[in-house]
Every structure is written in structure tokens, then in C-alpha cells.
Design a protein around this ligand. Sequence first.
Ligand SMILES: Cc1ncc(COP(=O)(O)O)c(C=O)c1O
Length: 392
Amino acid sequence: MRYAAIVDRLANEGARAWDIHDRALAHRERGRDVVVLSIGDPDFDTPRGVVDAMIERVRGGDTHYGWIDGGPDLKAAIAAYRERHSGQRVGPENISVTLGAQGGLYGAAMCVAQRGDEVIVPQPAYVTYESVVRATGATMVDAPLRAERGFHLDAADIEAAVTPATRAVMINTPHNPTGAAYGRGDLLALAEVCKAHDLWLISDEVYSRTLFDAREHVSPATLPGMAERTVAVDSLSKSHAMTGWRVGWTVGPEAFTRHMYHLGLALHYGPPTFIQSAAAAAFAGDFPEVDAMRARYEARRDLVREALAGNRRLRVVKPEGACFMMLDIRPSGLSSHDFSHRLLEDAGVSLLAGEGFGAGGAGFVRLSLTASDADLAEAVRRIDRFTRALDA
Ligand SMILES: Cc1ncc(COP(=O)(O)O)c(C=O)c1O
């Protein structure tokens, strides 16, 4: 039987980046001792108050069809949260609740890009972006995030990638996989490019609550003239350790949000009702766990940096946020693909190869901080031993 062309556009390098993670899980299944640092799933529990709210709603019978793009309580809670943490004032007409940030990214791309369009994505980039952009029929155009700039965005690189076909730029700050957090200056320069070329900005902010060294999150939607062309995408997955709940949302112009409604109608007919209710509790609670998790990631970042500081076969890139670290393994003489595969086979640690995040990730591997301190310390010991063996 014949399939539509979209199936090939969805299966790409990004999807294959998970190969090593799948192999690590298979090793583990067979009883091998593997420290898995290849995925960004928080090792913390969802705050108890959210779990209790969900159970209460299920027991209370909140188990029928619900709102397609978020009920009024949840939208009001998201609007208040957005104002508290990003300073942007929005109403329910600007908010669409999605199945995780992933659902928001997909919806945003679908609503603004199509065949013949180009979407600029700074590389390295989170692995699903390619599928999301290509699903629309548009072409993904790379712009470099340069290691020598600490992987910070340079608006000049975005501008250089603009053509008459460019429709949107898709960014992520704090950034997966590099941990770079873009400052106001970089974002103001990017905003000028977007305005000059009449571009949408899709701004993935899933790590906005996980910033280190007392940094503050800057959402581009709050910059002059940007709210009408920005779609902010966020979720409870990382901030509240709720990856499995699939609660995300977009904040964008009113017309955009109406289009998202129609997409939700076709795609899922609304996120589960009892989960929407529990999510409203998550926003209202402002749980202390959220800040405690951020502090833990920061402490783990320091633990890894200190432990690997003397290693001359690699260099740690200091992340400013999110829950990952890039290791520059170019001094090891191995490609990041070979480094990560040999590290898994020889030392039992799984990290993702930087190439999986696009050409800009070559020479780097990504280590996730979402494992216990003890597991991280063990992984770092093994990485150290592995790289010292390369000398021999
Ligand atoms: C940058 C980035 N965006 C989006 C997502 C997807 O998040 P969610 O679980 O909310 O769909 C992730 C998950 O790892 C991510 O790292």
C-alpha cells in the first residue's frame, strides 16, 4: 500500500538521534549496569498537590469530553502564571492548551508554515524540530549557534539565512542541548530581524523556570512589537516534573489561537479533562518543589563541572539553564557518534551524540542532569576512566 509523503518527512536524523538511548535501555533490560544520561526526563516526582488534585477530579467524575483548547479555569491560571514569570499580560483568547510543548510546537508550525516556506532553526536544536518543520511541508534552514559564542544566538546569522521564502524562526531559550540562555540584547537584535522581514517567531520556553546563577528569563513576546508575531510554547513537563502528563500551551495572537482550536479539534478533541483540572492546581500552587528542582540541577551542574575540570580529553561547556550539559569532546580525537557509542559499550554510560542535534552539535556530546547525584557522580567517574584509557 502507498503512504503519503509526510511519512518520509517525519522519519529523519532527529528521530534517529534516540538510537543510543534505545540501546542503553536494551542493555539495561538485559541486566547490564548502565547509567542513562541520554534523556531529559526529570528524576523528581510530580508535586504531591498536583497528583492529589488529579485523583480527586477523577473520583469526582471529571472524565468526560472537555474543552478543546483548555477550560476557562486552566486558561486563567496559565494567564496569571505567564504574567508572573514572563511579564506578558494575556487573556484566554491568546492561550491554547496542547499535549505537551511538543503539541504546541507542532501546532504552531502547522498554523504558520507550509510547502514552499522556509523556517530558520539555529543549530544545534532539539531533535524534534526537524520533524515538526518538515511535517508542514516547509524546509528547515539551519543557522549556526557557534560554540565560541557559548552557543548564544547571533541575530546576524539569522539575518544571513533569511530569503524571500522565510516565514518563521524557531528558537529555544534556555536551550536544549547546550544550556545557553539568550539575554535581552541578543533577543532584541533577533526581534529587529523578525520585524524587518515580517517573520513569525516560535519561542520554545520549556526551560524558562530552570535558569542558573540567578538569571531571569526574557520572553521575546515581551519585546516591543513582538507579541503580534510571537508564539511562546511552554509546558509543565520540565518545571513541574510532569513529562508524562502531557500538559503544554501556546501563547500567541488571538487569530493564531483560533487556528490552534481548529487543529486541536481535528487532532485530539482536547487534552484529558481531569489532567486539565490538575494542571490548574499546578499553576495556582506555585509549589516550592519547582524552585527546589531548579536548585538541584544547578548543584548537579557544578558537581559535574568540578569532577571533570582536570580532564584534558574533554571540556565542559557551562550551562546557564535547562537540565543538560554539553561536553566538548574534540580533544579526545573521536567523533561525537563514536565517543557516545564507545562510552556506552566500554563504560556503560549513555549520552547523546551532538550530531543528533544538527551539524552544529558535531564534536560535542550531551549529558542530562536528570539523574540522581549518586548516578551522576558514578557516570562522571566512568567518563573520566574512559577518556584516560584513550590516552593509553
Ligand atoms: C527544547 C524542548 N522543547 C520541547 C520539548 C517537549 O516538551 P513536552 O514534554 O512538554 O512536550 C522538550 C523535551 O525534552 C525540549 O527539550
